[in-house]
Write a protein that binds this ligand. Structure first.
Ligand SMILES: Cc1cc2nc3c(=O)[nH]c(=O)nc-3n(C[C@H](O)[C@H](O)[C@H](O)COP(=O)(O)OP(=O)(O)OC[C@H]3O[C@@H](n4cnc5c(N)ncnc54)[C@H](O)[C@@H]3O)c2cc1C
Length: 409
């Protein structure tokens, strides 16, 4: 690195090979987002898989993995979720050493603000469930919050702050670095990463999936693993499947750079607004999804207004901060707000999706558990609740208790 710094950075080689697709792979992962790349990496690393390809229709990092607000946490209530997300957080904690890549994992903490007595009860219950599952949770009093976050108006605000649930191990991770780190590490283990290669159809014969048609020709595969997040509905319809998933746009925003003002991630409990500060100084924030189904990677103005209203309600000091950029990504919103990692009814075709807007934090565990399913044909113990048949059997994992309304999860 020192040599490159002194010689004008001319000697760097690409982080992963640019390969042409081969005729056959043992495993074909469709989608080069965080989850697809992590799946390929853990297939090679944990299960010794040799002939693995990741097919990405665009470029690595162009999907939600490079569009999210970078928050990681494991503050879930329900049994189906909490062990999975805690496993993910533990993997984040060792990720940089594992990949030998600086992903800027920053455990700066996350604080969910409490604004009513009922909310305190709910958050206490969630904190206790987290502790029972081996995660960390800390119920903070208003006094402690006032001391740690003096800029919050605890008494006179429109929504007085009555405490908060903190997870000190939560935080943020540089999202592009996650994509690049997994891609480089997978490539070093022999995984072929093929960009500009869109899957346009599945070859299904006698109830088994034999391969995929792509914009770069037909590729045969032993096991085909769909992992395309917001495009799940569109992709699986090519295999004749209709999923319990709707696609919606979620927007994110970043302000001009400021001196350090926010010590960690803070979420507003009386509206939908969450905010952290990037290492460059920009405030990174977001709120609700746009209120209609869409596959467009751009959002609409009513949500901008709604998010800014949330910001002003809890951080009036942001009123004079200038917005630098905003963008959108396509969310695969499932009916109960929880994901699916499962086989399909078609032999050799597997599915990973339904991450809603919480899938970034799940990236390592999702890859780990999906690779386990693909290699062993049995669900990983932390992902065994994420099955398709839970919708048939009524065994929902409805973390927010919102019912089958994907817009509200
Ligand atoms: C604005 C925003 C904020 C968010 N904030 C957070 C957050 O703070 N914390 C959190 O945990 N989660 C967050 N999320 C959610 C999180 O980003 C996603 O759930 C997660 O990244 C989805 O998994 P992925 O990385 O594999 O998706 P993607 O990166 O979208 O990967 C899917 C890939 O599949 C490719 N693809 C699609 N169709 C095909 C095809 N036919 N053939 C080949 N390739 C195809 C796409 O091009 C894409 O690259 C946020 C999302 C957005 C948009």
């Amino acid at each position: 690195m020192i040599k490159e710094a002194l010689t004008g950075h001319k000697g760097w080689t690409p982080a992963w090979r640019d390969v042409a697709p081969q005729a056959h792979y043992d495993y074909i992962v469709i989608g080069g987002g965080g989850h697809g790349l992590a799946t390929a990496y853990y297939l090679a690393r944990n299960h010794g898989a040799k002939r693995v390809a990741v097919l990405e229709k665009g470029w690595i990092g162009g999907g939600n993995v490079g569009r999210n607000t970078t928050i990681i946490r494991s503050n879930y209530l329900l049994d189906g979720n909490e062990p999975f997300y805690e496993h993910s957080l533990k993997l984040w904690e060792g990720l940089e050493q594992d990949l030998n890549y600086n992903a800027m994992v920053s455990q700066r903490g996350i604080l969910n603000l409490i604004h009513s007595d009922a909310q305190r009860d709910a958050f206490t219950r969630r904190g206790n469930a987290m502790i029972l599952n081996g995660a960390d949770a800390d119920l903070l009093s208003t006094k402690t919050i006032q001391k740690r976050y003096p800029f919050l108006n605890v008494d006179n605000a429109r929504f007085p702050i009555k405490g908060g649930l903190a997870q000190h191990r939560g935080g943020t991770v540089r999202h592009d670095a996650v994509a690049w780190g997994y891609a480089r590490a997978a490539d070093q283990l022999g995984v072929d990463i093929i960009q500009n290669c869109e899957v346009t159809g599945f070859r299904i014969e006698g109830g088994a999936c034999l391969g995929v048609d792509t914009s770069r020709g037909y590729i045969a595969g032993g096991k085909i693993a769909a992992c395309v997040a917001g495009s799940s509905g569109r992709l699986m319809s090519k295999a004749g499947m209709r999923l319990p998933i709707e696609s919606h746009v979620l927007q994110a925003f970043v302000s001009e750079g400021l001196k350090p003002v926010l010590p960690g991630v803070i979420t507003f409990g009386a509206g939908h607004f969450y905010c952290s500060q990037s290492d460059k100084g920009g405030l990174v924030f977001g709120g609700d999804i746009d209120g209609y189904n869409s596959y467009a990677q751009r959002g609409n103005l009513p949500v901008v207004e709604d998010v800014c209203e949330g910001a002003m309600a809890i951080f009036p000091m942001l009123g004079r901060v200038r917005l630098l950029r905003m963008w959108g990504g396509i969310m695969d919103m499932s009916m109960d707000g929880s994901p699916i990692i499962d086989r399909t009814h078609i032999d050799g075709l597997y599915f990973n999706g339904g991450w809603c807007y919480g899938g970034f934090k799940a990236t390592p565990a999702s890859g780990w558990c999906y690779a386990h399913l693909l290699a062993t044909d049995t669900p990983h113990e932390f992902a065994k609740a994420y099955r398709f048949d839970r919708f048939e059997k009524g065994q929902m994992i409805d973390e927010k208790g919102m019912g089958n309304n994907p817009q509200l999860h």
